[in-house]
Design a protein around this ligand. Structure first.
Ligand SMILES: Cc1cc2nc3c(=O)[nH]c(=O)nc-3n(C[C@H](O)[C@H](O)[C@H](O)COP(=O)(O)O)c2cc1C
Length: 182
């Protein structure tokens, strides 16, 4: 499906709009967007067949405090897409500065990303894999998902959360970074 059709096919207000899509070089646009520094998360879930899935993601954002809603987005070509769409829950595991290795592990496609690192995870609501010692965890019930262009945006209601005061892992211009106080 073309980019434009995929956008027009998405639900909600977007479907009514006729958009003239700019012809940007995707690589260059990505470079520009990468100037926005973010934190780094592992988003994890357990599929209906019990198989654990997860990936490194920086698209996490808070949306609403009351009710507590967060979002993140997944590339439509991702191997884990079908599992995340079918699952009722997902967990956002925010990484601290010492967790670069697990971030690298979860951004590489693999049949079973959890096999080698099973010990690093506990079990949360509905069997969710929760990363032990994460900077923060948000166990979410998926309330909605929406196709937007080449990604699917997932919205979750936070059911349970944890956090600590460790330093965050950051990502900027294609590189991992650690934050310094301004
Ligand atoms: C720092 C960082 C942030 C990323 N953020 C996202 C993201 O928000 N959404 C996404 O779909 N992929 C993101 N990726 C890429 C995925 O981690 C990568 O494509 C992964 O292999 C997808 O997993 P899967 O193929 O098992 O589904 C990111 C990668 C890195 C290194």
């Amino acid at each position: 499906m073309s980019w434009e059709k995929a956008w027009v096919a998405s639900p909600g207000d977007l479907s009514a709009r006729k958009l003239e899509v700019p012809d940007f070089d995707p690589r260059d646009l990505r470079n520009a967007l990468g100037r926005f520094a973010t934190g780094v998360c592992l988003v994890t879930t357990q599929g209906v067949d019990g198989k654990r899935e997860g990936l490194t993601a920086s698209s996490f954002s808070s949306v609403s405090l009351q009710p507590p809603i967060v979002l993140w987005s997944l590339r439509r070509g991702a191997g884990s897409l079908a599992t995340f769409i079918a699952a009722e829950h997902f967990c956002i595991n925010v990484l601290h500065a010492e967790q670069i290795d697990i971030s690298r592990h979860f951004c590489r496609p693999q049949l079973d990303k959890f096999e080698e690192v099973a010990e690093a995870f506990g079990t949360g609501i509905g069997g969710l894999p929760t990363l032990k010692g994460a900077l923060a965890t948000f166990e979410c019930e998926r309330v909605s998902h929406q196709v937007v262009g080449d990604h699917v945006v997932f919205y979750g209601l936070v059911r349970r959360y944890t956090y600590s005061d460790a330093s965050p892992l950051a990502f900027h211009a294609g590189n991992y970074a650690c934050l310094q106080s301004a």
